[in-house]
Design a protein around this ligand. Structure first.
Ligand code: BES
Ligand code: ZN
Ligand code: ZN
Length: 505
């Protein structure tokens, strides 16, 4: 999808589809009061164009509601699509991002290849913020997961144009527009990786995709396999990997801007890259097991984030680490009751081989510290318990340090992604005490499973400021929405990038 930003008068632009956003300006608290849709543009030709339809009661401007008009008299465009943002008093960048995605998803099945969207003029949302959101949203809407359909028609939008008012501050709108493109495109890069089936996306292939991306983006990259993992004494990572015929991959990416201060922070992004999670010897039920191809979504998020960072060039050093392995049952697989020694020297008693994500991350986090990380963030489809706690709306976020969490919380305000903080407290530590070794890889009861998993990771993080993202419930969209297809969501990429940028000068 090519993107373009124009500072022009929208009616004179020839395009297949012009999109204008609308909101419901009615203020009555009475639920039954009729909506008062208004178009969010100061362009009088457009604003006045569709009075009859706006007052007909057929269109309420509710969130992502769409209304299509053909051959609008006042415009050069072939069609005019009006998309609702809901109540005017509640409109934020979130609704704008979704509306842009919905516009793209409206156009695609109709064979429309050019979409032009008029930036909404609102008091509550600045033009740069809106510009960024619409581009992000358009990319998100443009992704479809049917890669392997034999009759697939590539319905990708060829050209997405944003029209800003001529009076806008060009520089800031342009910068935001560019950022939105980088972030949306990188989110889709992650989604494409997560979408791949387990037979295609093996740890080796994940390593190759990472290396290719790094080469393209000018990042340093090393991909290690079995020998190095053993040499580094990554006993927890290897325990998981040893059950598969597919060799593991330890992906290490580096972004080192020359301008970054020598004694400045070094941020490490550590991702769970389980390319397929059968559960291992503690095997999962057959029902739904096919979904476990997305158990590398945390790792893929780190690849997407590194890709965006390489393009946005923040003034801070970043290391990306992905621990990729396949969790399989076999004659070589690790077993419940096994005791393995992690790279940090801690002895882990394996109670359940399906709690493999925390095993690979234990060594990934420790390694990140060895490489000089001052701040850690990890992302993983770690626990079903997190899905029980938060459903498929919010992901879980954990932190051992309020200041670091504050950086992430601010990042969420920009990214618009939904994460809910859950506790990391010593009282939970009792639940992972081992009688034979140092810690167990699952809690001693099923309660608080997302928290005991976080407590396990904390053992390998120690005092280093750290954020843990459990994205099990939100990395895969179980249903399509007007603005996004069913399938991989690419969650966490945008928030991680904003978190990183918050440490730049
Ligand atoms: N990959 C799963 C977690 C998961 C569940 C991801 C649902 C996406 C959707 C993880 O490796 C796992 O199996 N965790 C176990 C841990 C348990 C054995 C302590 C779980 O959550 O059941
Ligand atoms: Zn598992
Ligand atoms: Zn898993």
């Amino acid at each position: 999808m090519k993107t373009e930003l124009k500072f022009e008068s929208a009616p004179s632009i020839a395009t297949e589809l012009m999109v204008v956003l609308a909101a419901d300006a009615s203020t009555s608290k009475d639920k039954d009061a009729s909506a008062q849709p208004v178009l969010l543009t100061k362009d009088s030709a457009i604003a006045g164009a569709d009075k009859p339809v706006l007052t007909s009661g057929e269109f309420n401007a509710s969130i992502c509601e769409a209304l299509l008009l053909h051959s609008p008299r006042e415009l050069k465009s072939k069609r005019l699509l009006i998309i609702g943002l809901g109540k005017l008093s509640k409109v934020s960048v979130q609704e704008i991002r979704k509306a842009a995605g919905a516009a793209v998803r409206f156009a695609k099945p109709r064979g429309i290849r050019q979409v032009t969207l008029i930036l909404p003029e609102l008091e509550a949302v600045s033009l740069p913020a809106a510009a960024r959101a619409v581009v992000e949203g358009a990319f998100v809407g443009d992704f479809d997961p049917d890669t392997y359909r034999s009759d697939r028609k590539d319905r990708s939008i060829e050209q997405f144009t944003v029209v800003a008012p001529t009076a806008a501050d060009k520089k800031s709108v342009e910068a935001a527009f560019r950022e939105g493109g980088i972030l949306g495109d990188s989110q889709n890069f992650t989604r494409a990786l997560v979408n791949e089936p387990g037979n295609v996306m093996t740890p080796t292939i994940m390593g190759e995709r990472a290396a290719a991306m790094c080469k393209e983006q000018g990042l340093q990259c090393e991909v290690h396999s079995t020998d190095k993992i053993k040499e580094l004494k990554m006993g927890a990572f290897w325990a998981v990997a040893q059950g598969s015929d597919e060799p593991p991959a330890l992906i290490v990416m580096r972004y080192e801007p020359p301008s970054a201060k020598k004694d400045g922070p070094v941020l490490a992004l550590v991702g769970k890259g389980i390319t397929f999670d059968t559960g291992g010897i503690s095997i999962k039920p057959a029902d739904g097991m096919e979904k476990m191809k997305y158990d590398m979504a945390g790792g893929a998020a780190m690849l997407g984030a590194m890709r965006a960072i390489a393009q946005l060039k923040p003034d801070v050093r970043v290391i990306g680490i992905v621990c990729a392995a396949e969790n399989m049952p076999s004659g070589k697989a690790y077993k419940p009751g096994d005791v393995v020694t992690a790279m940090s020297g801690k002895a882990i008693e394996v109670l359940n081989t399906d709690a493999e994500g925390r095993m690979v991350l234990a060594d990934g986090l420790h390694y990140a510290k060895q490489l000089g990380a001052t701040h850690l963030i990890d992302a993983a489809t770690l626990t079903g318990a997190c899905v029980v706690a938060l459903g498929m709306v919010n992901a879980g976020v954990f932190s051992n340090d309020d200041a670091t969490y504050e950086h992430f919380h601010k990042a969420l305000e920009i990214s618009g992604e939904k994460f809910w903080r859950l506790p990391v407290e010593d009282e939970y530590r009792d639940m992972i005490v081992s009688h034979i070794g140092d810690i167990t890889n699952t809690g001693n009861s099923r309660w608080g499973g997302a928290i005991t998993a976080a407590m396990f990771l904390k053992e390998f993080v120690d005092e280093t400021p750290w954020i843990h993202l459990d994205i099990a419930g939100v990395a895969w969209m179980e249903e399509q929405k007007p603005w996004i297809a069913k399938g991989p969501s690419g969650v966490a990429v945008r928030s991680i990038v904003e978190w990183v940028r918050s440490y730049a000068k």
